[in-house]
Design a protein around this ligand. Structure first.
Ligand code: PLP
Length: 358
């Protein structure tokens, strides 16, 4: 068996999803909202009409809704089982021998994990200390390595910031391969780049329903030139979106206003939480254009803090250890008002304990 398995993959960590039962869940950038009763009832009525003995249909209405949102033709749209699957399809589409993928780091960890799983090499170009793009370093790496794919999360995860638009444009215009602009946090961000699809045939726009209340259904979508989509369509599995997901997404998009209102509420709570965290001692917190906040402990140990918060019933994400720029950092998704308040109270009490020498 040893000779047929790709044992080099054992160097990669397994993506572990922690058990969140009974905890306040602030670790995964989910929306904290459930649908209100009357919406849930109409949704269930739609599900009841599904013929589960049949393969999913081609989802014309859902596709039309997403094409309208992105202002693209049907031939430019691909749906994925989460945007993770679309990242995988894009990697598979360019996985010629010797090809490589590039992204600024720290950024979304799946870019590296998926690229390597597809046999591509991954080049991470460090962000600057203020989390801005290192444009010169990126241009140099691009000239030397000619990446087939560049991933740019805008706003970036886990740093929460937007990049300078002129710098973004410089990268896009210098690229010889595809440039994926990953807009997972578009609901919380003042900027979007779907208009660049018309200007640059090598730009791909990636979006998802995961950060606006539907992480459980796994629906991502991408728009690109028809030429790129034609190749992706030849590697996409025929029924990658299941019928329950398609019906639920179509229903949710018919009530888009409701999702937008929830996102607006999360934005207000994010600003409140940001202001409260700013007042805590020995903590640095960065402004955010997403539904999470990045924190750096200046006198306490991040791993211990995550354990102590867990013991107090709150699940957050430790980033310390994943990149030098993320030393002693934590990522906190914005929850419901009372969840955010509980987090601040417990964090504040834990920070009052003696810290460590750094
Ligand atoms: C959460 C996230 C995604 C993953 O989205 P799914 O659609 O749930 O697979 C993609 N990109 C970024 C930057 C993210 O933060």
């Amino acid at each position: 068996m040893k000779t047929v398995l790709r044992n080099e993959l054992l160097a990669n960590p397994v993506y572990v999803v922690p058990d969140s039962h009974g905890l306040i869940k602030l670790d995964a950038m989910e929306s904290p909202f459930a649908w209100p009763g009357e919406l849930a009832v109409s949704w269930q009525a739609e599900l009841a009409n599904l013929q589960l003995n049949r393969y999913p249909d081609p989802m014309p209405e859902l596709r039309a809704q997403l094409c309208t949102e992105l202002r693209v033709q049907d031939a430019q749209l691909v749906l994925g089982n989460g945007s993770d699957e679309l990242i995988q399809l894009l990697c598979m589409a360019v996985a010629k021998p010797g090809a490589c993928v590039m992204a600024p780091v720290p950024s979304f960890s799946m870019y590296r994990i998926i690229a390597q799983a597809c046999g591509l090499s991954f080049i991470g170009v460090d962000l600057q200390a203020d989390f801005g793009l290192s444009v010169e370093a990126m241009l140099a790496a691009m000239a030397a390595q000619q990446p087939a794919l560049i991933f740019l999360a805008v706003p970036n995860n886990p740093t929460g910031n937007l990049w300078d638009e002129a710098e973004l444009q410089t990268i896009v215009e210098a690229a010889t391969g595809l440039v994926v602009i990953d807009e997972a946090y578009i609901a919380y961000s003042p900027r979007h780049y779907a208009a660049w699809l018309g200007r640059y045939p090598h730009v791909v726009i990636l979006r998802t329903l995961s950060k606006v209340g539907l992480a459980g259904i796994r629906l991502g979508y991408m728009a690109a030139s028809a030429e790129v989509v034609q190749v992706i369509e030849r590697i996409r599995l025929p029924y990658n979106i299941n019928a329950l997901t398609a019906v639920t997404a179509r229903f949710a998009l018919q009530h888009k206003q409701h999702m937008q209102q929830q996102a607006q509420q999360v934005l207000l709570w994010r600003e409140q939480l940001y202001q409260q965290l700013l007042t805590l001692p020995a903590v640095r917190v960065w402004p955010s254009h997403t539904n999470f906040l990045l924190l750096q402990l200046q006198q306490h140990d991040a791993s211990l803090m995550v354990t102590q918060l867990h013991q107090a019933g709150i699940l957050i994400k430790k980033l310390h250890g994943s990149h030098a720029l993320l030393s002693q950092t934590l990522r906190i998704s914005v929850g419901l008002l009372e969840e955010n308040q509980r987090l601040v109270a417990i964090l504040s009490a834990l920070l009052a304990q003696p810290g460590i020498k750094m």
